[in-house]
Design a protein around this ligand. Structure first.
Ligand code: BGC
Ligand code: BGC
Length: 611
């Protein structure tokens, strides 16, 4: 990893001079190329450009390698192989780069692509799934599980628009977001990436998020290309197993899992990512019925379809068969992510021996070029000034999201809101003063991490800022030393994870967390428990002993949003995006089940009493 960072820094230092490269191809004989003429209709430009492309140039557009597939010495492969897109995966972690340094890294790739004869601009993708979350200093929003609790699509849209501005500020133009999974089984480690358990909620937020990222004009400087994922049914696998099998009849698959895509397409989503999962035993990456018949033909998706990380490698058969099956099933761009030369030569062989038709290649490339024209990439200079990230205005939007996403689940004797002038408040728990824990996975690094991984305000800091000068706020990790306080606030829950690493069959609190709560309670005061988690937890046996309970989900960097509610500056309005089970055995439990007897139902959320 150190090597990678070093390597990235080398790019930065070599290439800082290259960022003034212009994306507008010089006009030939006074500008008679249709594709370079911004006045021409996009479809004409696409056809003109396609007619000028060799097979190698076409396949290059369909190839999506990861940044770390390249060494400084192999960067010219971008030119040699006509690579059309690069991604920054979750695991590739350049730390402490300024927006200007990010911009120069990205332009390193973009400028190479412009040195090819046709000068087709390269796009650069990243998982900006709750803010520009890999970038140190960017504002980090609540994960979608919390955003769904807001029931506020305008705010979801605004948050995505802020993310788009921060992503664009680093020269990146494509996010692998929104995740429109309908998470039906909370054992799934990606539950927090989706907006909730019902298709109705997900579809509303899918539309809003796409509009936020892409705006109404993809070519505007502040908008970025969105990617709805993971098509289709990723949240419906049996047992909540990541990348598992969705065992559903077609009607149920459609009713539960398709709506988010219908809405994303209505909102104009430019790209959709296929799911690692299988439907009744067949891997979606090779399923031409789902990818082509349903998504492209029936739903009319005319953007491009990208595969997931080495997703085609999971298809049955050898690599050559994987490539043929995936492209013939309808995937347009392949997230390779490393062996791009092998992918390119394999696909070329398929076309040459007729096992993949040129018509299929042309269809894929048309779709990719169409999006690139819509993004205005052929018509603007890639020279950009790096923008600003993590501004106070952007943080304020995230703080508002936190206020609206927290869900008040229990409030005995109206313990909340707390007075700001209590003599002493004791705060405890491992999640009370930890930015990394409150951000969760997909933050700075793929799996996220505990600790001060990016600037922000912890929940403890938010409490300290909110109370009056007379109030003393004491803190201990394990709840010791609480005696004598007026009230205890214990912040506990899950520690960061991403994807399959978060699959869990037991969602109860750890011994450490229960001890912290128990110690404060034993010191003889009312206790407010705040849960930091990517999903409902199994708490039915403990909740009796807690006086108040707030689900704060994975709130991100703006921890004051939690204290804004605790101390009554904002009344809680969040409605749970998931059903809370009484026991693990009840999972999967979802609104509409025949024997629905949860601890807290979907949509539950208290507010202050009205007097
Ligand atoms: C995830 C995707 C992500 C991709 C790129 C995959 O492992 O499933 O959601 O966009 O990696 O990082
Ligand atoms: C990617 C993930 C991927 C993982 C596998 C990360 O860099 O972003 O999507 O699944 O690597 O190692």
């Amino acid at each position: 990893m150190l090597f990678k960072v070093y390597q990235l820094r080398t790019y930065v230092s070599i290439m800082i001079f290259a960022i003034s490269t212009c994306a507008v191809p010089p006009t030939e004989n006074g500008g008679d190329k249709i594709y370079t003429d911004p006045a021409r209709p996009i479809e004409d430009r696409v056809e003109d450009l396609l007619s000028r492309m060799s097979l190698a140039e076409k396949i290059g557009q369909m190839t999506l390698p990861e940044r770390q597939a390249f060494q400084p010495s192999t960067l010219d492969d971008i030119k040699t192989y006509f690579i059309g897109a690069v991604l920054d995966g979750g695991g590739a972690t350049p730390t402490n780069l300024t927006p200007a340094e990010w911009l120069s890294v990205v332009n390193e790739f973009k400028s190479r692509a412009l040195e090819t004869p046709l000068q087709i601009p390269l796009i650069y993708g990243i998982d900006a799934v709750h803010g520009h979350n890999k970038v140190d200093g960017a504002v980090v929003f609540p994960h979608n599980v919390g955003m769904g609790c807001m029931r506020n699509s305008d705010l979801v849209e605004e948050a995505a628009a802020v993310t788009a501005r921060e992503v664009a500020a680093t020269g990146i133009d494509w996010t692998f977001s929104p995740c429109v999974a309908v998470a039906r089984d909370e054992r799934w480690g990606r539950t927090y990436e989706g907006f909730g358990e019902t298709p109705g909620l997900v579809k509303e937020m899918a539309y809003a998020a796409v509009r936020g990222y892409q705006g109404t004009d993809l070519s505007a400087d502040n908008t970025i290309l969105a990617c709805a994922k993971h098509f289709v049914g990723d949240g419906g696998t049996t047992g909540g197993v990541d990348q598992g099998d969705i065992q559903l009849d077609e009607q149920s698959l459609r009713e539960l899992h398709l709506a988010g895509y219908v809405e994303a397409i209505k909102a104009g989503v430019g790209t959709i990512m296929a799911s690692f999962s299988s439907w009744n035993g067949q891997k979606t990456h090779g399923d031409d019925y789902l990818l082509t018949t349903v998504l492209k033909e029936e739903l009319g998706f005319d953007g491009f379809l990208v595969s997931d990380w080495a997703g085609i490698d999971q298809l049955p058969g050898d690599y050559a068969s994987d490539v043929g099956t995936a492209i013939n099933a309808g995937l347009d761009m392949i997230m390779v992510p490393f062996e791009y030369k092998l992918f390119i030569s394999t696909l070329k062989d398929h076309v040459q021996n007729g096992s993949v038709s040129l018509a299929r290649i042309d269809d894929a490339v048309r779709r990719i070029l169409r999006i690139k024209f819509m993004m205005g990439l052929f018509d603007k200079d890639i020279t950009q000034t790096a923008g600003v990230i993590g501004t106070p205005e952007h943080r304020e939007v995230a703080r508002e999201c936190v206020r609206q996403s927290v869900v008040l689940l229990k409030n005995t004797d109206n313990l909340l809101p707390l007075g700001k002038d209590l003599a002493r408040i004791h705060v405890a728990g491992k999640s009370a003063d930890d930015i990394g824990i409150q951000c969760g996975g997909w933050t700075i690094i793929w799996q996220g991490s505990a600790g001060p991984i990016t600037p922000g305000t912890t929940i403890l800091e938010g409490i300290q800022e909110t109370v009056s000068d007379q109030t003393s706020v004491t803190y201990s990790l394990d709840g010791s030393g609480a005696a004598g306080a007026d009230v205890g606030i214990v912040v506990v829950g899950e520690t960061p994870y991403a994807e399959g690493y978060g699959d869990r069959t037991d969602l109860s609190l750890s011994e450490e967390d229960l001890a912290a709560i128990g110690n404060v309670k034993a010191a003889g005061m009312p206790v407010v428990v705040i849960l930091i988690s990517g999903r409902p937890l199994s708490i039915a046996d403990e909740i009796e002993n807690w006086d108040a309970l707030v689900a704060a989900w994975l709130p991100g960097t703006e921890g004051q949003g939690v204290s804004d509610v605790l101390f009554g500056d904002f009344s809680p309005t969040g409605k749970s995006s998931h059903t809370w089970p009484r026991t693990m055995n009840q999972i999967p439990i979802n609104l509409g089940d025949p024997d629905y007897n949860p601890l807290f139902e979907y949509g539950f959320g208290l507010s202050w009493p009205t007097f």
